[in-house]
Ligand binder design. Structure first.
Ligand code: GH3
Ligand code: MG
Ligand code: MG
Ligand code: MG
Ligand code: MG
Length: 300
């Protein structure tokens, strides 16, 4: 945790820094001599709390605040404005520009430290929440068993991708995979072996796709691959490669007889003349049905 003190009055600045250092912020206090200096230091170090004077040369406290709030790296940092005989007008401007608090100069050292700690803790809690929200958001996109993205995320992201392709005259392809005779695999080797097969297929497929291709668990033993910027020709190649990869998966620790294969249906925008996610997936599903009808372990 670090505090930045932005104050052009040398005496006030030194005193604040000394008070903070004596009260739990020993190696964590930085100083800046005016708004511009403060803005540069805040941009470099992203301190946890900023104490900032209002009247300063080069860049005053309100301009400093505006600048801090306009950058993603610094927008959440609590700023406490130092006010001496500041007008009500300026104080209101400070609040509406994003100041968290005011400290009246001359200040009470204990109160100054207490306020700094209050805002530090609040910021820490906020950061924790933001982090957890991000983790939850990511989790809400994933399937619990395989770690693949889930169907909800597929609908969202494929819609985004299809929109982009339509706007930019681009392409997007999808593969729909279904494990062949999976019911038999469960029946012969047990449900746990079936679960493992689902995880293995996910791991193998994810490993052989490009970074910007996404792998989804669509339902039970069905998966979808989204291939941005990919023609149907290219998508067919990817599908054949996936078929081969799955065929080669060994489950020797379960049984040498456990082998899995997949059937894959391919569809592409604009090839299939589709306007919606539903239509694109329906085409892939029809192709998958053909692959199944033609004997499984193949691409259509
Ligand atoms: P096909 O080649 O026509 O696709 O035959 P299939 O047996 O794979 O298809 P079917 O739809 O008859 O059976 C799918 C099976 O997948 C049935 C279901 O119990 C199993 N399944 C679905 N989700 C899971 C899961 O999470 N774990 C396990 N182990 N099995 C699952
Ligand atoms: Mg000043
Ligand atoms: Mg199925
Ligand atoms: Mg089926
Ligand atoms: Mg199946």
């Amino acid at each position: 945790m670090s505090i930045l003190v932005v104050e052009d009055n040398r005496e006030t600045r030194r005193k604040i820094v000394a008070d903070l250092k004596q009260n739990g912020f020993k190696d964590a206090v930085f100083e800046a001599v005016d708004g511009l200096d403060g803005f540069q230091k805040a941009s470099q170090n992203a301190p946890d709390v900023i104490l900032c004077d209002i009247e300063m040369p080069r860049m005053d406290g309100l301009k400093f605040l505006t600048a801090i709030r306009s950058r993603t790296e610094t927008e959440h940092i609590p700023v406490l404005l130092l006010t001496s005989n500041t007008s009500r007008d300026i104080r209101l401007k400070g609040l509406t520009t994003g100041a968290h608090d005011f400290i009246h100069i001359p200040y009470d050292p204990q109160e100054l430290v207490a306020r700094a700690k209050l805002h530090l803790n609040a910021k820490r809690r906020e950061e924790e929440l933001r982090k957890r929200n991000k983790e939850l958001e990511l989790l809400s996109h994933k399937d619990a068993l395989t770690g693949a993205f889930n169907r909800r995320y597929l609908c969202h992201i494929l819609n985004v991708e299809l929109g982009r392709a339509a706007r930019t005259d681009g392409m997007v392809s999808v593969l729909m995979l279904d494990i062949d005779h999976f019911k038999e695999i469960n029946d012969r080797f047990g449900h746990q072996a079936g679960d493992l097969a689902l995880k293995k297929v996910t791991a193998e497929a994810t490993a052989c796709l490009r970074d910007y291709d996404l792998f989804f668990r669509y339902g039970g033993e069905e998966f979808v691959v989204m291939l941005p910027d990919t023609s149907k020709r290219e998508a067919l190649k990817v599908a054949h490669r996936l078929c081969q990869k799955v065929r080669a998966i060994a489950f020797s620790h379960i049984s040498p007889d456990l082998k899995i294969t997949v059937s894959i249906g391919v569809a592409a925008y604009p090839d299939n003349d589709v306007c919606s996610v539903e239509e694109l997936l329906a085409h892939a599903d029809q192709a998958l049905y053909q692959a199944k009808q033609s004997g499984r372990d193949q691409v259509a």
